[in-house]
Design a protein around this ligand. Sequence first.
Ligand SMILES: Nc1nc2c(c(=O)[nH]1)N[C@H]1C(S)=C(S)[C@@H](COP(=O)(O)OP(=O)(O)OC[C@H]3O[C@@H](n4cnc5c(=O)[nH]c(N)nc54)[C@H](O)[C@@H]3O)O[C@H]1N2
Ligand SMILES: Nc1nc2c(c(=O)[nH]1)N[C@H]1C(S)=C(S)[C@@H](COP(=O)(O)OP(=O)(O)OC[C@H]3O[C@@H](n4cnc5c(=O)[nH]c(N)nc54)[C@H](O)[C@@H]3O)O[C@H]1N2
Ligand SMILES: [Mo]
Length: 766
Amino acid sequence: MTTHLTHWGAFEADSDGDRLTAVRPWRDDPEPTRLIENVASAQHHPTRIDQPYVRKGWLTHGPGAPGRGTEPFVPVSWETALDLLAGELGRVYREHGAEAVYGGSYGWASAGRFHHAQSQVHRFLNCLGGFVRHVNSYSLGVSEVLLPHVFGHLGFVLQEAMSKTMLVRHTELVVAFGGISPKNSVVSPGGVSRHNTRGWIGDARARGCRFVSISPLRDDTPAEAKAEWLAPLPGSDTALMLALAQVLDAEGLADKGFLDRYTVGYERFAGYLRGETDGIVKSPEWAAALTGLPAERIRSLAREMAGARTFVTVGWSLQRAQYGEQPLWMGVVLAAMLGQIGLPGGGFGHGYGSSATVGEPAREFSPPRFPQGHNGVDAFIPVARIADMLLNPGRPFDYNGQRLVYPDIRLVYWAGGNPFHHHQDLARLRAAFSRPETVVVHDPFWSSTARHADIVLPSTMTIERDDYGAGENDRVLFRMKAITQPHAAARDDYAIFGELAERLGIGKEFTEGRTAMEWLRHLYEDWRQRHSGHDLPDFDTFWAGEQIELPVPDPDQVFAARFRADPDRYPLGTPSGKIEIFSETIDGFGYADCPGHPTWLEPEEWLGGPAAAEFPLQLVANQPRSKLHSQLDVGAFSQSTKVRGREPVRLHPRDAAARDLHDGDLVRIHSKRGSCLAGLIVDDAVRPGVAQLSTGAWYDPDPANPAFCRHGNPNVLTPDRPSSTLSQGCTGQLSLVEIERYVGTLPPLTVDKPPVTEPEVPQQVS
Ligand SMILES: Nc1nc2c(c(=O)[nH]1)N[C@H]1C(S)=C(S)[C@@H](COP(=O)(O)OP(=O)(O)OC[C@H]3O[C@@H](n4cnc5c(=O)[nH]c(N)nc54)[C@H](O)[C@@H]3O)O[C@H]1N2
Ligand SMILES: Nc1nc2c(c(=O)[nH]1)N[C@H]1C(S)=C(S)[C@@H](COP(=O)(O)OP(=O)(O)OC[C@H]3O[C@@H](n4cnc5c(=O)[nH]c(N)nc54)[C@H](O)[C@@H]3O)O[C@H]1N2
Ligand SMILES: [Mo]
């Protein structure tokens, strides 16, 4: 048995050289996940890319030929593919410069830190002169921009977060906005060694800690919490938090001492709470009308929070929405008013349950990394502005106090991500993807993005190559030795870039003369030397073993303890060094969609607004429980959750009955942007008025209508609307839809098979 690591956990496997013959969870994992079942079952699925392909029109007519996403692919040899691609890269860099190449290549790729596809493509393009990059993520697009203004860098909030051990020992009340999701906390970028969500929650509960889960889904918090479930209208959390704050303010429960010493701008904000600025007191009665929660429960909850060691956690999903700054900022303000930031088990957290990482104490140092080199291009976009950029070259836009301009992109290079999974309004994205002259994709699978490329190169999966990896903040570094040979003609991304680099005359810069195994040894030994005080095994010993534990200086980490002890010596990373309840900087930008303090702003698409008349259901497009994003959707565990082969959508019994819908029905979901098929599950764990359809079903567009997905990808429904001018983040989580029974013949899926191919044509002279 060989131990191996994925983003969703470690496993042990046997193989016959070609496929995994037995897979079981890593022996040290107390809460293994069924996601590991997807790996072996997907490895040789027909949707694995077996060899290089070029889109027919591109091959025949050259760069810029129309038909991307609809034409057949022509299989070509590696030699032909690499020659064509090297020629095209040379042309674009020569004729248009590095500013014409988008290499953001956002996406999770796979665990394993050397073969991390995004690092590989960045290093490669940097050797060619650089590329237009992205900043921020789909995960935390608002947090990354907002927190430095009001609380300190995101890394501070996540890496120095309160240890779960301290919640287990000290917390009396956890108030979790967005829940503490048992499905999401199985995952961490780079991997997870020991899953522990149910464990720590069960232990805290056994000691007497109470949990209040504020979320549209009852199962957003594990049963072990025995949580009280409050389900305000999705998108209304800011109103709820404001009312909690108003009670604290009005009843003298706000911690004045804390506010004076550690925050700025409370009085200005309190004027808004009290209705002095707009004539509206943000009372529980006011919030009851917006959230649908009883005013009395809001009032009593505020008093309970003030009377206990309380931990406020705001899930990442709340900021993946229009005006996503507001609930996050308001969560910080609420915790500040309670005055427990910096105390064991009290204060504020961001995303307990959003990732296995949050609440794991910081490691003394991170695992080795593959250097990405220097990017010679200044131009960038906030990651979720991809379609805007491709559709509007030269157009100015605002972001975080800056005025920027969209570059004119001729070539898009993607390795390790799937924009036709992650982006919103896929029909619009498809129109945007028709603009560049050339789109290149590396992927192990015929992902939706690979199907929208011109040059498609097959990558290996991690089980087919040697690597090592550890999750963000995870304390175990795993050896990830190849368990099988590569599928068909698939190659490592590193090998592909190495060959391209040779052809483009940058071979030495890119590879530095090393094979992949030589890189692993070099990076590891260099890292070991930098941490020589730590008795790390040499590379050969590590490679002969299986994993090593990384040192953790303070397992019982208390968030912001130093700041609390001495705010002058350990100021926060904000302009004032304190928590900014009012931000002069943000106020100075003058953005109507993000004022100078947390504010209730009514979203365009929520159940409390006029748009709900036409589309009366709130779609929650959250993360899938049976896979990571779109990865391995063809795998056994993911497939076992489908309803008649389509992605499941959950609806409350009341909403199903009102539409005469029944469990197991095929339904059509539609929004202002588009529509999709899905299979219905009727479930009272869903708040009335809410439809939950997770992301991840591979986009299977109707050939005549790209806005209709036959499989159930919610991103044909979601709007491509920025969170705000400040952050320009993704807002995929919430949108408005309607659902009806699907009548008519069921169109077969095509995305579970490889795309149409045509026999090899004679090689062109390029
Ligand atoms: N509506 C809505 N949309 C959302 C969200 C939401 O909440 N709602 N959430 C967003 C969030 S938080 C995120 S992070 C994104 C995730 O979006 P992505 O990270 O883009 O999604 P993945 O499916 O993980 O894409 C990874 C791709 O890399 C490929 N891959 C894996 N290993 C390798 C490798 O070694 N080499 C190469 N070349 N390729 C590899 C996989 O096959 C897959 O196609 O989605 C976002 N989209
Ligand atoms: N199994 C699995 N785990 C994953 C991932 C995956 O794809 N699969 N993806 C990983 C990634 S990349 C990320 S970024 C994290 C994301 O972590 P999160 O953002 O926390 O995950 P989501 O599942 O999108 O949302 C969590 C819950 O928030 C609730 N919610 C939605 N809108 C609102 C609202 O307005 N108010 C309140 N109170 N609650 C709301 C929804 O019911 C939803 O189930 O998850 C990670 N974990
Ligand atoms: Mo994410």
